[in-house]
Design a protein around this ligand. Structure first.
Ligand SMILES: [Zn+2]
Length: 148
């Protein structure tokens, strides 16, 4: 049930757009390309919903079709995010050969309703990114706006 944009109002959560800097966006794409053929994964943080910092995470699965972040590394990065006075704003991973649509597993394991879920597809020549909120086991597409 990915991507029913018409049901937002029933959710009861705010569904804000994601504001990102081009620098972070570009680095996210580079990370995903570098990890190919495996899925890359990482976190984005910022202030007031503006993504300013990227945190490359280790894909413990080292797999072309799945990712898993080490809970220890997540704890360390969350600590660092807090020390910067930032909040978690996004969770990204790549689909080396699949479209930028959340898989059943992506939705099942999405645990941060306040964060944007970004999926970078490398299936075509140019990377394409899908942006979602995943709330109550449903993926809702959200717009991305760049501020710098
Ligand atoms: Zn996925």
């Amino acid at each position: 049930m990915a991507g029913n944009a018409h049901s937002n109002s029933k959710m009861g959560y705010p569904i804000p757009a994601l504001f990102a800097s081009h620098r972070v966006w570009k680095e996210m794409l580079i990370h995903c390309l570098e990890e190919r053929p495996y899925e890359a994964c990482g976190l984005l943080s910022g202030r007031m919903g503006r993504v300013e910092t990227i945190w490359r995470m280790v894909n413990v699965d080292r797999s072309p079709v799945s990712f898993y972040m080490d809970p220890e590394q997540i704890r360390t990065v969350f600590q660092a995010i807090q020390e910067r006075g930032e909040q978690l704003a996004g969770v990204y991973h790549s689909h080396p050969t699949a479209p930028p649509i959340p898989s059943k597993e992506d939705i099942a394991y999405a645990t941060y309703p306040e964060a944007a879920y970004l999926i970078v597809s490398l299936a075509n020549k140019q990377p394409t990114v899908g942006s979602y909120r995943i709330i109550d086991q449903r993926a809702i597409p959200i717009p991305v706006t760049f501020f710098a």
